[in-house]
Design a protein around this ligand. Structure first.
Ligand code: FES
Length: 144
């Protein structure tokens, strides 16, 4: 399964919003068309793994791995604004990062679509907050 977004060159847009977003701290992660409705794809932003989802109301981005045992959230089922981890079914709200019935919170990141491209700006991740993450040894996207 193709689960990874691949970066392309910064598109030349009529209003040049791409470069402005980059200056504002956003990073180009790939084409919006590569994320099907109610699915997720993984991407790397400044060395951090994120999962980008397409929802009926737009896009959402959270940390790529589950705070339980590092399940691949980008492969989870998406419904009602939440993703369900494919390993043990923890349910994570894509807007808040809250895990249903747990104390853990997943990092939420900003994602913007411009000219068919997706840009992500990192928020505080679970790692930054001293969360319980054990995914540091995963190979870089596209390396496997
Ligand atoms: S790794 Fe996600 S619920 Fe266990």
């Amino acid at each position: 399964m193709h689960d990874t977004l691949s970066r392309t060159a910064v598109p030349e847009t009529a209003d040049a919003t791409g470069p402005e977003l980059l200056e504002a701290g956003f990073r180009l992660v790939g084409a919006a068309s590569d994320v099907p409705m109610l699915e997720g794809r993984r991407a790397t932003v400044d060395g951090q793994r994120v999962a980008v989802f397409r929802l009926p109301a737009g896009f959402a981005a959270i940390d790529a791995h589950c705070p339980h045992r590092a399940g691949p959230l980008y492969d989870g089922l998406v419904a009602d604004g939440c993703v369900t981890c494919p390993l043990h079914n923890w349910r994570i709200d894509l807007a808040s990062g809250r895990v249903a019935g747990q104390e853990q919170v997943v990092g939420v990141h900003e994602v913007i679509e411009r000219a068919g491209q997706l840009y992500v700006r990192l928020g505080a991740s679970a790692c930054d907050r001293g969360g319980d993450c054990d995914h540091a040894g995963e190979p870089a996207a596209g390396a496997a």
